[in-house]
Design a protein around this ligand. Structure first.
Ligand code: PLP
Length: 449
């Protein structure tokens, strides 16, 4: 479609005057007016092209505009657009079986939601009902969604807005964040051991018999790609087993190939009891989330009513989109491409580290990476602190503005630049994006002292 300047102004005005934008002050917004997208590229209404280096919100894993999904969605729409969740549909059954296959042998049954936060809410509810306990242990540097329970178990400062009414029964512990390990540590393993020991002590103080579940991101996302050192998950699993606590993996962002395996927790070889999914399950083409449980939890509800329900649970069209997207991950070999491109990315970023003193740390698995920017490599003084006030964001705002100007959309937060492009990205496209980031990093370099 071609838009006149009047059309463009009208679209902008309708958006800004009659809709609210997430997490932002509503004045002074300058959002991209998105018109169309294909592969790793997004185009605005002035025809400007942006390379999408964070797959929007780390969800468009198969890239934009894949017509195979469009076809599957249209076919499902034509045949059966909706039935209530008490009915059987082919799309729902197909998706359940496919998810059980990729989480085998641990997990067997899925309850479908509309997105990530709802998956978390339902996982918390299940864990509480199943164990008869109420506390949920989670990590401070984590984000699990914006609804009350999910926001409360997360540790992201966005929860400050509702702190006084937070969901009761949340207990937070510190992450095994090796670059800034809260316990003096020489190796990632030491940091992991000390973080796990601290978690266990805190669970002791909190009364282990009151803890229903420990919830962790399969791999950290929004909080800055804080990687779990080896042995951390194993230790957490031991703590769970010792105290009868369930382990919930939030794979909303880290799932569906993002790390080069189906799920982030797959890198650690531990069994989880419950897994939350969303985002990559449909690669953003339609809203969908899922809570998957193991056999024991599933059978618990053989003779008791499952206390969960949503009008749009197992929406046939979303399920059909997800099945088409799962086919694409497999047919196009996207997990393998992620591993290959991840290696290329690591190699290229190593070159950037030589060139740009503002890079303090690079943490990446597959195509799930964050550059952490610092003013000084020795002191690790961050380019902007955790929960930076607007006045502390001057430098990072300049970096972000330059990235946008040069034709890239990516997620920039505090002192982190995210690199999490669609999983079908090529080497040339990666290099093209990294050239933009390199140019923008020159701005940050000026503030290094
Ligand atoms: N969990 C994780 C790890 C996330 O990254 C997010 C969103 O960014 C959510 C849950 C919430 O998902 P949604 O925004 O679909 O509710």
């Amino acid at each position: 479609e071609t838009y006149t300047d009047t059309d463009k102004d009208q679209i902008l005005q309708d958006n800004l005057e009659h809709t609210l934008f997430s997490w932002s002050k509503q004045t002074g917004l300058n959002p991209i007016s998105a018109e169309r997208a294909e592969g790793v590229y997004l185009y605005d209404r002035d025809g400007k092209r942006y390379i999408d280096f964070s797959s929007q919100l780390m969800n468009v894993n198969i890239g934009h505009g894949d017509q195979r999904v469009t076809e599957a969605v249209a076919a499902q729409m034509r045949e059966l657009s909706y039935v209530y969740p008490g009915m059987i549909t082919k799309a729902r059954g197909d998706l359940g079986r496919r998810l059980a296959e990729i989480t085998a042998p641990n997990l067997t049954k899925a309850f479908f939601t509309l997105g990530g936060a709802e998956a978390i809410e339902n996982a918390i509810k299940l864990a509480r009902v199943y164990t008869g306990r109420h506390k949920i242990v989670s990590l401070y540097q984590s984000f699990h969604g914006a609804s009350y329970g999910a926001l409360s178990v997360g540790g992201d400062p966005r929860k400050f807005a509702v702190d006084s009414q937070a969901m009761p029964g949340t207990v937070h512990v510190e992450n095994p964040y090796f670059y800034r390990c809260p316990w003096y540590s020489e190796t990632p393993e030491q940091c992991a051991e000390r973080a796990a020991a601290a978690m266990e002590r805190i669970i002791g103080y909190e009364n282990p018999g009151s803890v229903a579940a420990i919830i962790m991101e399969g791999e950290s996302g929004t909080s800055g790609c804080i990687k779990y050192p080896p042995t951390y998950w194993t230790r957490v699993r031991e703590i769970c087993d010792k105290h009868g606590i369930l382990l919930i993996a939030d794979e909303v962002m880290s799932g569906f190939g993002r790390t080069g395996k189906w799920f982030g927790s797959d890198h650690h070889g531990v069994k989880v009891d419950i897994m939350c999914m969303a985002k990559g399950i449909t690669a953003g083409y339609l809203p969908l989330g899922a809570v998957m449980v193991d056999d024991t939890i599933a059978h618990h509800f053989d003779d008791r009513p499952l206390p969960l329900g949503l009008t749009y649970s197992a929406h046939p069209v979303s399920c059909a989109a997800a099945v088409a997207v799962l086919d694409i991950y497999e047919e196009d070999g996207l997990l393998d491409n992620t591993v290959q491109m991840g290696k290329h990315l690591d190699k290229r970023v190593a070159e950037l580290i030589e060139k740009h003193p503002s890079i303090g740390d690079w943490r990446n698995t597959g195509l799930f990476g964050c550059l952490e920017l610092v003013k000084n490599r020795a002191t690790k003084e961050p380019m902007a602190p955790w929960n930076a006030a607007p006045s502390q964001m001057d430098i990072m705002n300049k970096v972000a503005a330059r990235i946008k100007e040069l034709g890239m959309y990516t997620f920039v937060r505090w002192n982190y630049i995210f690199i999490a492009p669609p999983l079908n990205i090529t080497k040339d496209e990666l290099d093209e994006g990294l050239a933009i980031i390199s140019e923008a990093l020159s701005i940050a370099d000026e503030y290094v002292h």
